[in-house]
Write a protein that binds this ligand. Structure first.
Ligand code: UDX
Length: 439
């Protein structure tokens, strides 16, 4: 099949590349000429394990092309994926201007049946707006051409996006046009594996499914973070509680890890957007409002512990920080708890020296203007003479460091672990003062 993907960001690039990988011809469009030039030259503008090889392989095979030419991209695919950004407005609601602009561009240039697929995470009702934008633009042209609008939300985890796309748990297709449903079934046939993965539903339910999934996962995290904080006071160990409840199949083990709060491009944005969308329609989503507030507080939890140890004023203190990305295997710094933590430590007068295996470049871009923050070239770099080590992202490299070297380098053997990486008893036995989350 010939497919067009509008927007060559994270979601668009993964979607286009994976669809090419199974034999389709895919044309990826972006308005940013620098990004397209990078991609055409075999470079990848984002960090995602496995993506670079897959892009190069499909470009070499002639199945994957990149362009900035809207007319060319619209002519290319019968299926047109919209995978552009939906940044939050001031009130948290999703800004649809890029999505609607993409829809109008399709309508401006199309000359036959098109299936327009919303891949971006968009509020319920966007499918109708996309449909209206196409109808209006076609009417302006005096053209009467057939089209269908489909909602097909992505469920990609950064760092595991290729795997998630190639082996999906489910493929949600929201559509009411039979021809479009048939095309989507054919498109996704290679990803079905041994049982039916496609869930067909109406457009609005598909749109809400995406928000519901992310909101539920965010809720689990905030719930566990609150419980972890309580466990500390009560003298219980949240890790044991986590296993104790996860073993109930109705609860399950996934997404029950307490930590420094959720970040990234999806959870914070989607929870806010769902709350905003509730308000817009006269509903106060009380649970989600609390989920968000709990998460904001959790991002400062590690600093609270530091303050308990060193006092409110941290002037003259220096802290080593491991992990900047919002989670491992990505360089993504969007809504990363590390940003709030560094900001608060340095606001209180401390210096911070940070290390991250991949995200340092991004971190420098988003917080390089903080004069009290410096970056180290390697993992042991920040430790020498530091008052304590703070762990913010659970990169594998931090899992079993040379603790003798860590102890020798630090001013005192003190670790604040925001990700519960180590066994507390063992570490305390090694002479460390160890503060984790909920244990
Ligand atoms: C998420 C969803 O998982 C994905 O399905 C959706 O399409 C996009 O949003 P992503 O943002 O890449 O993906 O990251 P994810 O692995 O889900 O983690 C999100 C945040 O939650 C991270 O900050 C992570 O550290 C935190 N988290 C996750 C916890 O604090 N505890 C957990 O148990 C799990």
């Amino acid at each position: 099949m010939n497919i067009t993907v509008i927007g060559s960001g994270y979601v668009g690039l993964v979607t286009g590349t994976c669809l090419a990988e199974v034999g389709n011809h895919v044309c990826c469009l972006d308005v940013d000429p620098a990004k397209i030039a990078t991609l055409q030259a075999g470079g990848i503008p984002i960090y995602e394990p496995g993506l670079d090889d897959m892009v190069r392989r499909n470009v070499a095979a002639g199945r994957l092309t990149f362009t900035t030419d809207v007319a060319e991209s619209v002519a290319f695919g019968e299926i047109q994926f919209i995978a552009v950004g939906t940044p939050p407005d001031e009130d948290g609601s999703a800004d649809l201007s890029y999505v609607l602009a993409a829809a109008r561009n399709i309508a401006r240039h199309m000359d036959g049946y098109k299936v327009v697929v919303d891949k971006s995470t968009v509020p319920v009702g966007t499918g109708d707006k996309v449909s209206a934008a196409i109808a209006e633009t076609l009417a302006e042209r005096g053209a009467d051409l057939p089209y269908a609008v489909v909602s097909n939300p992505e469920f990609l985890k950064e760092g595991a996006a290729i795997e998630d796309f190639m082996k999906p748990d489910r493929i949600v297709v929201g559509a009411d046009d039979e021809r479009a449903i048939e095309l989507m079934r054919r498109l996704y046939a290679p990803f079905q594996r041994n049982h039916e993965r496609i869930l067909c539903m109406d457009v609005r339910s598909a749109e809400l499914t995406k928000y519901a999934a992310n909101a539920m996962l965010a809720t689990r995290i905030s719930f566990m973070n609150e419980l972890a904080n309580l466990a500390e006071t009560l003298g219980a160990d949240i890790e044991l509680v986590r296993r104790g409840i996860g073993s109930d199949p109705r609860i399950g083990y996934h997404f029950l890890y307490p930590g420094v709060g959720y970040g990234g491009s999806c959870f914070p944005k989607d929870v806010k957007a769902l709350v905003a969308s509730g308000h817009e329609h006269g509903h106060t989503l009380q649970v989600l409002t609390a989920v968000e507030a709990a998460n904001d507080a959790q991002k400062l939890r590690l600093v609270d512990k530091v303050v308990r140890e060193f006092g409110e004023d941290l002037a003259g203190r220096r802290f080593a920080l491991w992990g900047l990305a919002f989670k491992p295997n990505t360089d993504d710094m969007r809504e990363a708890p590390s940003r709030v933590i560094v900001e608060e430590l340095t606001r209180r007068g401390a210096d911070v020296i940070a290390y991250d295996p991949v995200a340092m470049h991004e971190a420098e871009r988003v917080m390089g203007d903080n004069p009290r923050l410096r970056f180290a070239d390697d993992m042991m770099g920040p430790l020498a003479g530091a008052d304590a080590l703070l762990i913010v992202t659970e990169w594998k490299a931090f899992r079993s460091p040379d603790f003798d070297a860590v102890r020798a380098a630090l001013k005192q053997p003190l670790i604040f672990d925001g990700r519960n990486m180590y066994a507390p008893d063992w570490l305390r036995g090694e002479g460390f003062a160890y503060h984790a989350i909920g244990r």
